[in-house]
Structures are given as C-alpha cells and as structure tokens.
Write a protein that binds this ligand. Sequence first.
Ligand code: PFF
Length: 451
Amino acid sequence: MQGESVHGMWSSRLAFILAASGSAVGLGNIWRFPYLASDNGGGAFVLIYLGCIALVGLPIMAAEILMGRHGRMSPVNTLRKLTSEGGHSKGWVVIGWIGMAAAVMILSFYSVVGGWTLHYAWLYVEQLFGGAPITDPDATFTAMLGSPGTLVFWHTVFMLLTVGVVAMGVEKGLERAVKFLMPLLFLILLGLFAYGLSTGKVGQAFEFLFTPDFSKVHGSTWLAALGQAFFSLSLGMCGIMTYGAYLPRDISIPRVAATVALTDTSVALLAGLAIFPVVFAFGIDPAGGGPGLIFTSLPLAFNDMAFGIPYAIAFFVLLAVAAWTSSISLLEPPTAFIVEKGRFSRKSAALLAAAVIWALGLVTALGFNVWASVRIFGRDLQGAVEFIASDLMLPVGGLLIAVFAAWVLRKDISRGELPDLGNGGYTAWKVLCGILAPGMVLLILYMKLAG
Ligand code: PFF
C-alpha cells in the first residue's frame, strides 16, 4: 500500500535531511532571525523561539512528514487518500489546497527577493572587475526597487534556477542540487563566521544576541517568535509534507525532524554571530533591521573592510543559495500536483507551475514601482501577498494540519508512522499537536488580527 512515490524517492536519510534543511534554511534565517532577536530582547527572544521550535514546530513537522509519507502524493492528493482511507470528511482536503496556494503565493515574492540577492552579488562581481563602488547604499537599493526591468530580470533568472532543478525530478534534480548547495552554504557561512571572529567583536555580538532582556518581552515577542518558528521551519504549507512523501519507510521521523529543526536553528544563530560582529566593527546601528540591514547597512561596511568585495560576493551568494534551496521546496508541491493529473511530464508540469508563479511575481515586482500607489489591506502589493500567505495561510494551514494529525487521522496510521516513539512519547506528540500547537496558533492569529 505504501510502496514508493510516483515522483521518486530520497536515496538516503541524509538526502532528506539536506533537502528539508534546505527548505528550512532561507532568507528567514539569515536576515530575519538576527534582526528579530536583536529587537525583541536578545536572549529572551532566543529562549522563547527555542521553546516554540521544540514544542510547536517539531510536533507539526513530524505531523507533516508522517502525513506525506503515508499519502506518498502531492498535498491535495495525500489528503484525499488519508480522508478516504479513514472515512473522514472530504473537507479536510482543504489543507492541501491552502498549502499549495500558500506555496504559490510565497514563491511569487520569495523569487523577487531571491532576485535581489543575485542582483547584489552581480553588482559586487562587477566591482571586483573595476565597476563603480556602492557609495550610497540607500540610493542603490531605491534604484533597484524603482526599476521594473532590473527586478523582473533577476526574478526571471531566479525562477529559471528554481525550475531548472525541479524539472529534473526528485533524485536527479532536488537531491543532486541540495547535496552540492547545502555543503556550499555551510562552508560560506563558516567562512563569514571566521571573518567575524577576526574583527574581535564576536563577544559583543554574542552579548547582543544572547543576553536576555526580559523588559523587552511583550505579547508581540511571543507572536514574533512563533511566527518565525513556522516560517523558518517551512511549516503550514505542505512543503515538508511533500518532501515527506518521498521519505523511505525505514527512516525515523522524530529523528529527522529533530535534526532539521536543529540545523535550521544553528544556522540562524551562526548567521547572527557572523553578521553582527561586522555590524559592530563598523559602527552601524543594528536597530534599523529588516531587509535594510542587509541591503542598505552592510554595504557601508563592505566598502571599508579588508576583503570587503569578496566578502560581499560570498555573502550575497550565501543568501541566494539559501533562498534557492527554499524556493525548490515551494515549487515542488504544485509541480507534483500537476504531474498527478496525468497529462503532463514532470518537465512540462514544472514549467507550467513556474510560469504561473513567475507571472504572479510580476505583481510583487511592479508593486515596488509602477503600481507603488496600489494598497490592499493598507499594504503595498508585496506586503499584501506576504501578509495573506505568510501571516494568515501559514498559521491556518499549520493549525489544521496539527488538528487533523492529532484528532482525525486514524491512530493506527499515525502510530504506525512513529514506531520508534514509546507510548509516552507518542502521547506527548499527540498532546503537543492536538492541544498546545492549535492553542498557540489561535492565540497568534487572534493577536495578529486584533492588533
Ligand atoms: N523557511 C524559509 C526561510 O526561512 O526563509 C522560508 C520558507 C520556505 C517558508 C519554504 C515556507 C516554505 F515552504
């Protein structure tokens, strides 16, 4: 009943871990986490974040993987299979639709931002060969956003990179790409961390990130920590469920989920310890944070530091690689779904999904310039797409996945997928998934919508 997925299978435990970590480690780790931590009480935020990862993120990740592994299909068809096998309401299939819609929407703007990282890497490569230095990073950033041609060009390049991998299939595309890209990512990150050590400011960065300041902890800190845990672990949108569909039966789900969560968290912490020493060494105020920290503040340091240009190239390549391995996991669910319709080869399916997402990405790209005055929910177009997908659909998807896995899914299925958990461990998983995670998600949703 549960042979292999028609899309292919991961060849090993390591392949799954690299692919799922590739999905998890992304722009969220390298720019968002350090900034959130610094703004929300440093060590206090980190502690709360770790709690959210362990108590909410991990159980939901296990739920996604086990549902995927049992269904062996794209999210929508996995849910169809699980509901028909268990005699549950077909209404639960909505989980798959929400997940796929969120993946499509997130990739549409993620690819535009991925394009920014390629554009910046290119600007510094040009500088290496005598191009004009970026002396006014604000102006460079604004000029990029103001140019539809630049944004669309790099968005297109990024999308081509993504579809190039997905079109090749699970083993020859996804697995081969992550086996090369993830070690590259770790290597660059370690290099940048070593550079940070050489500035003599790692102690200050450490203090900044890890000294708990509980006076800065408010309701919004919990919100930020839980939201970041979801986004960073790629949960709620069935990307991890799709990767779970290709996981061989004999691999322990709790163990791989824990490894992926640990890898994701370590990369976020290491990124903080690589970036902040440079920030401090050049007297930059980290308070601005957000995308600005990377695209407008760090370039100030790149101009003055030793080996600044190679450092900048390595840094933006790191970001591009991290974004690339995440975007692959966003294109895979819709691609698998189209393949399952039976009328398209994987190549055509990947191209079709990518073309639709590319077109949707134009909304984000043009929202920065041509359509800059358009407002939805009081946000610009990119902000609106991001809000609907990341802030609403991800938590709702995560909530439904947790409730379905803990309360609806037949016990013999969930128990059968988690054979290495003792009875106590299995009960703990059920309680976390069925009670704590939904409670926390409902709380964030309420606070987000109310505030
Ligand atoms: N986890 C990615 C990051 O931290 O940047 C973002 C992401 C990728 C979210 C894939 C969701 C997803 F399915």
